[in-house]
Design a protein around this ligand. Structure first.
Ligand SMILES: [Zn+2]
Length: 439
């Protein structure tokens, strides 16, 4: 080989190496540096007003309006990173000269934050005008600011979603940044609230159905306190949910604990303090008929209003199956088999010191549901630090069975694993739903 040829070969090799480096750097930039050029397509002649947004449980909801000229069609609210496009399935209704939109009519539906992939997304309105895509951005017309969300623990992994009101070329945009993260020590997936505490036993019952005396004892049989039964099932449920990989917080861990209703580490606030996605308040019922004469028994699940019943139905079906029980025959407040919605009556409202002047009978009765849910469930008690929060836990109150029904009391005492399994399986089935919908 001549000297010239060798030099040429070396030169070619250098060129190839240079090309290779440029390619690698280019590809890295393409994947690492978010390409926001798609935001240039935003039409800034109009912008959508966001009038409501919240995170309730694992779902995020938006309500808003936008003025758009008549020749724009196929309006959608989408999450996009410029490549992938997620349709939030929001509905658009025309009202006079503007469109009103909403991601869902249910508070526990909307954008399922658990189903979003890692990346840098923007929430935009997309339409078509003369068969060409057109995009509009959103502006914040609420008093609420940026939010963040930690996804449920899955195979020891968590993502953090930062939802920020941002600017792009002086246009207001809503950004979703989704990254893997280590879950901070004070953040949990699920809170279990074993009803009552050392200061309030809840219902009392004697194992043989004999009446509890006025001093709170049993003449015959063993005395059972609702507070202790709730705690035992809560501990069992915590173990089972941890076996499924979730990080679980109990509002109390001992029968000697005192748990306030409001304030730090309280039964109304712990779920939101720990950014839990679900709050499960465990209770047991009594009919008030003494002497083991009560025939009333079975499960009553109390839920918020305006919710999708998917998870509620799973709770009812699985508890019945694994705890070998039935749904309660009680008709008062029943909305579906085993599912109940209890509201204040006008009379009860008048007795409530915290009643807001404008609230009427559609106010949810149980604070465990109403106050834990913040603005999504109509919380109003100013003692609750989260009453005005738009980032709250989805909450359920379980009346697992009647303690003054001798037969049912036996099942509750002997079958706590079954009751816990019913609840844990329902959550697992609900969260493992791999349906393609982002709801
Ligand atoms: Zn109770």
């Amino acid at each position: 080989m001549g000297k010239k040829k060798k030099r040429k070969k070396r030169k070619n090799r250098k060129r190839l190496l240079l090309l290779f480096i440029v390619l690698i750097v280019g590809i890295s930039f393409y994947f690492i540096i978010p390409n926001k050029s798609f935001l240039k397509q935003i039409d800034n002649s109009t912008v959508a007003n966001i009038t409501y947004y919240d995170i309730y449980g694992i779902h995020m909801n938006f309500k808003g309006n936008i003025k758009i000229s008549n020749n724009v069609e196929n309006l959608k609210l989408i999450l996009t990173n410029g490549k992938e496009e997620i349709d939030t399935k929001a509905t658009f209704t025309k009202e006079n000269n503007k469109y009103i939109f909403s991601t869902s009519k249910y508070i526990n539906d909307g954008i399922n934050l658990e189903k979003l992939n890692k990346g840098d997304y923007y929430l935009l309105i997309k339409g078509t005008k003369n068969n060409k895509n057109i995009y509009y951005s959103l502006q914040n017309k609420t008093d609420y600011q940026n939010l963040n969300y930690y996804t449920l623990t899955k195979n020891n992994h968590n993502n953090k979603i930062d939802i920020n009101w941002d600017q792009y070329n002086n246009i207001s945009v809503l950004n979703f940044k989704i990254k893997e993260t280590n879950l901070p020590a004070n953040i949990y997936d699920i809170t279990i609230d074993p009803g009552h505490d050392i200061n309030d036993s809840g219902k009392l019952a004697c194992s043989d159905g004999s009446p509890v005396t006025t001093s709170g004892t049993c003449l015959t049989g063993t005395l059972y306190k609702e507070s202790n039964i709730n705690l035992n099932i809560a501990k069992e449920l915590k173990n089972q949910l941890e076996d499924l990989g979730y990080k679980v917080k109990l509002t109390r861990t001992s029968k000697n604990d005192a748990v306030p209703t409001y304030g730090n580490n309280s039964s109304a606030e712990t779920a939101n303090q720990t950014k839990s996605k679900f709050n499960l308040a465990l209770h047991h019922n009594s009919s008030g008929i003494d002497g083991g004469l009560s025939s009333l028994k079975g499960l009553e699940l109390y839920v918020a209003d305006n919710i999708d019943f998917k998870l509620s139905e799973l709770f009812v079906d699985n508890i019945i199956k694994y705890a070998n029980t039935t749904t309660s025959p009680k008709d008062l407040d029943k909305v579906q088999n085993g599912i109940y919605q209890r509201f204040f009556t006008e009379e009860e409202l008048l007795q409530d010191d915290n009643k807001p002047a404008t609230k009427t009978t559609n106010t949810l009765y149980y604070y465990s549901i109403r106050e834990v849910g913040g603005i999504a469930t109509g919380a109003y008690n100013k003692k609750n630090n989260y009453y005005n929060s738009n980032n709250t836990a989805e909450s359920y109150l379980f009346e697992l069975g009647y303690l003054d029904n001798v037969q049912e009391l036996k099942n509750i005492i002997n079958n706590k694993k079954g009751y816990a399994k019913g609840i844990a399986q329902a959550i697992q089935t609900y969260l493992n739903d791999q349906s393609p919908s982002y709801h």
